[in-house]
Design a protein around this ligand. Structure first.
Ligand code: SF4
Ligand code: SF4
Length: 222
């Protein structure tokens, strides 16, 4: 899932205008940033012991038959990004893939062997790392060589990421957040990506396209 250190963005993806407009957006962008920086710090430690991920740029076997559980805030940020940020040919291709997603096993956001939503890709795509050798096409590494799936430390990666993500759910206190984390609330509330009806996001994209056409007449360069 293209989550190798080489590809990890260590700057926070920001969109000040959208973050002012959508109250939930900063929290999820912070969550991704915390994940990237904490994973990177962990990989720096494992590299000293000679343990490095095999994931590399362009490696995408895991996106061809993805098992990607995503939470509601991740769904929200994907919907926002494809509707309001993606432009041009990539936008057109993603829209087609969303409409046709039920006829393919591949992730609908894989376009020309690249992740079209890379800056806001789901947490699992940032954190699923495989060592020893890259996955084969069709290989389920969790079945074939689970020992090669790199585990991430609970206290320095999983917990800080979860605590920021839990802000989305507006729990009343830090105790409630801790309880939610310990009870596995995030994992339980996530749904497999392929179970979502992505055609609804294609419809949202149409809505924005129509608005832009109304505001910016066709023929005007964007
Ligand atoms: S090694 Fe596996 S998990 Fe890593 S990017 Fe390649 S296909 Fe994905
Ligand atoms: S969102 Fe899809 S294309 Fe992007 S890294 Fe995850 S599985 Fe791959």
């Amino acid at each position: 899932m293209l989550g190798f250190a080489e590809n990890i963005m260590t700057t926070r993806y920001s969109s000040p205008q959208a973050e002012a407009q959508y109250s939930w957006l900063s929290g999820i962008l912070d969550t991704f940033y915390i994940s990237d920086t904490q994973v990177e710090a962990h990989l720096q430690k494992t590299a000293k012991k000679g343990i490095v991920p095999s994931c590399h740029r362009g490696c995408h076997a895991c996106c061809l038959k993805p098992t990607v559980p995503i939470t509601e805030p991740e769904l929200m940020v994907i919907s926002w990004y494809v509707s309001e940020v993606l432009l041009g040919e990539i936008r057109a291709q993603v829209k087609i893939r969303l409409i046709e997603h039920r006829s393919r096993l591949e992730c609908p956001f894989l376009v020309e062997r690249s992740c079209s939503i890379y800056p806001i890709r789901p947490l699992i795509c940032r954190q699923f790392l495989v060592k020893s050798k890259p996955c084969e096409v069709g290989e389920d590494v969790l079945e074939t060589r689970p020992q090669d799936v790199m585990s991430l430390p609970r206290e320095t990666v999983i917990r800080p990421v979860a605590m920021r993500l839990l802000d989305y759910y507006q729990l009343k206190s830090s105790t409630a957040k801790r309880k939610a984390f310990e009870s596995g609330f995030i994992g339980k509330s996530a749904r497999e990506m392929h179970l979502y009806d992505w055609t609804q996001i294609a419809t949202t994209m149409d809505h924005f396209d129509n608005m832009v056409q109304f505001i910016i007449p066709s023929g005007t360069e964007r």
